[in-house]
Ligand binder design. Sequence first.
Ligand code: NAD
Ligand code: TDX
Length: 332
Amino acid sequence: MNLLVTGAAGFIGSTYVRGLLAADTPDAPHITVLDKLTYAGTLTNLPASHPRLTFVQGDICDAELVDRLMAEADQVVHFAAESHVDRSIDGAGAFVRTNVVGTQTLLDAALRHGVGPFVHVSTDEVYGSIETGSWPESHPLQPNSPYSASKASSDLLALAFHRTHGLDVRVTRCSNNYGPHQFPEKVIPLFVSNLLDGKNVPLYGDGSNVRDWLHVEDHCQGIDLVRTGGRAGEVYNIGGGTELSNKELTGLLLEACGADWDRVDRVADRKGHDQRYSVDWSKIHDELGYTPKHDFTSGLADTVAWYRDNRDWWEPLKERAALESRKEQEKH
Ligand code: NAD
Ligand code: TDX
């Protein structure tokens, strides 16, 4: 079986692929990774070589390349995306291109070659923001940021390919992931790497915004349950069960890094900042037996320890991102 995995040089996709490569069962798939290696993708996230892994550097919007790879694929797990909300506020173009047009390019090719299941990795942000309670999968999509609007578009497009053409599409919508190998622009690795470097951390607004934290390995477990046992045309929420305000999270990170509140800079709020996300994940639990295995306290401690022990991984990524941002500022 040949599994095409897009975006697997990034945080979640690479965790998923490393997990599949580690399980050496007779039915273990051959994996072809398609990744453009944007600023967020790095080959250091994947094994340098493995008998069941082929890496192809390329763009999911490249219809010719996608068609060639899809002709050889049996199934797809689609992670590739522009994934950072703040970048989508600075400019939405790359988000529409990759997240919407790229997904359409993959769906068209999957349809042409009869490939399925096609697991589309979406996000809880497509539902919008919720004050109390949790969203079931049937809740209407009300995305607020250019990022979440582009993810909602691709999510609906994927479901439309099932309803219109009968393509075996399955959609997952998960909460905020944390764990090793997350690009140091997202709140946990940004704060941890800053604190380890003796720098301050920027807390947006009053810090009251709430996120539900999910260990990346639990997310990957949920995705594989959906790929192997889910139903065509269905959406599955994947939650973590640990809701924290950003202020609470910051307190835990300061403690883990031995730092005080004087290291926290209160900065302007993110534009259109969603107040709270919360998914009801009883469907994937009842139907596929999903339960998160990682306890947040030990998962966070292990994650902080990983960043402390793996400076070689994040320092070059942070330096490159800072250089690119300086070049961008000079242009304007
Ligand atoms: P990431 O930014 O770490 O990785 C994205 C990967 O996609 C990178 O390797 C990048 O090189 C690749 N990529 C980007 N544009 C591409 C293109 N045009 N063609 C081919 N490859 C391209 O993202 P992540 O955090 O691993 O997220 C993976 C998926 O999960 C995304 O679809 C994201 O929307 C979704 N998601 C993420 C979270 C989270 O907390 N990180 C939560 C819910 C859903
Ligand atoms: O410097 C910061 N300061 C801060 O207070 C950053 C980067 C973030 N924050 C806040 C904003 C959010 O309320 O922390 C919270 C988490 O921010 P991010 O790590 O940027 O994640 P979020 O915006 O919640 O989106 C994430 O979860 C859903 C992923 O980036 C998305 O890809 C995913 O779909």
